[in-house]
Design a protein around this ligand. Structure first.
Ligand code: CP
Length: 312
């Protein structure tokens, strides 16, 4: 099975069936990571370039592990160790990478639209690993995989996404993904951090996390993205934690089996208290584990052959 698509740039380009198929494929990929020998030959002879222009722990490492578990040759470059520091443009960098005939370029960049710009200019598949405030499709896929695993469905669930919605590519991709799969998404956060047009992508808005949490099946807390703010949007971390951080009271209003998510990295004690982040309802590390499986699935479906990977 090979996807008809060349690239994965945003969740909006995927139909309900395509999202379901990626999640099914990721479910079977997950088993490979539980074997003693965590390697199948599915992508032998393929080359994956990871080009990360912004810091990353989870996405970069899990993409590299995913490529290696499928036997692809994986190389990584970062902005600070590339010729970008000498003034080379992003497009020139991409064209030079293209000249080495990779099969996939996985790119993270601080500019919204950068992944699309590269995809328009090179023959290799491009996977968007996060572009500015715009999109983070594989994060949304791993979040949907985690929720489906815990709740057995995505349809009819109440998903609360709380925190810095305005600067979050994770929020935008998750709102589109979860609503497409039949969930109801409610966003909550300070008015300065909720974009005016967020309802146009399918979310309902409230400014109180306790109101939002009522009967929630999932509460996903987001990090304050100070690196994307031009101005102070809240007075201090302490005030943010008091007024907009996740509280035990908010969790108590949710359904008993609510799951608590966070894409990471966490600001402990700011948007989420450590005892909730590490508590029994938290699935934060399940999200990270599923990140490897989802990225294996996406690489396989974009550049793999006709066999099912777990048959190897
Ligand atoms: N969730 C996420 O994108 O984390 P990293 O920035 O560490 O990749």
């Amino acid at each position: 099975m090979k996807s008809a698509k060349k690239d994965l740039l945003g969740i909006e380009e995927l139909s309900t069936d395509e999202i379901g198929f990626i999640l099914d494929t990721a479910d079977s990929m997950k088993e490979i990571s539980l074997r003693d020998i965590k390697k199948v030959p599915t992508l032998r002879g393929k080359t994956v370039v990871h080009f990360f222009h912004e810091p990353s722990t989870r996405t970069k490492t899990s993409f590299e592990i995913a490529a290696k578990r499928l036997s692809a040759d994986a190389v990584s470059i970062s902005a600070s160790t590339s010729s970008i520091v000498k003034g080379e443009t992003l497009i020139d960098t991409a064209r030079n990478l293209e000249a080495m005939n990779p099969d996939v370029v996985v790119i993270r960049h601080q500019a919204s639209g950068s992944a699309q710009m590269i995809a328009n200019r090179i023959r290799a598949s491009v996977i968007n690993a996060g572009d500015g405030m715009h999109a983070h499709p594989t994060q949304a896929l791993l979040d949907m995989m985690t929720v489906r695993e815990k709740k057995k469905t995505l349809s009819g669930l109440k998903i609360v996404i709380a925190g810095d919605i305005a600067h979050s590519r994770v929020a935008r991709s998750n709102i589109i993904g979860f609503t497409r799969m039949g969930s109801d998404v409610v966003v909550a956060g300070p008015p300065t951090m909720i974009p005016m047009d967020i309802e146009s992508v399918g979310a309902t808005v409230t400014y109180s996390i306790e109101d939002a949490a009522r009967k929630a099946d999932v509460i996903m807390i987001l990090r304050i993205q100070k690196e994307r703010m031009d101005d102070f949007l809240f007075p201090s971390n302490r005030e943010y934690a008091s007024f907009f951080g996740l509280t035990h009271k908010a969790v108590s209003k949710a359904r008993k089996n609510v799951v608590i998510m966070h894409p990471g990295p966490i600001n402990r004690g700011v948007e989420i208290p450590p005892e909730i982040a590490d508590g029994s309802r938290s699935v934060i590390l399940d999200q990270v584990e599923n990140g490897v499986a989802v990225r294996m699935a996406v690489l396989y479906l974009l550049i793999g052959g006709s066999r099912h990977a777990s048959d190897n």
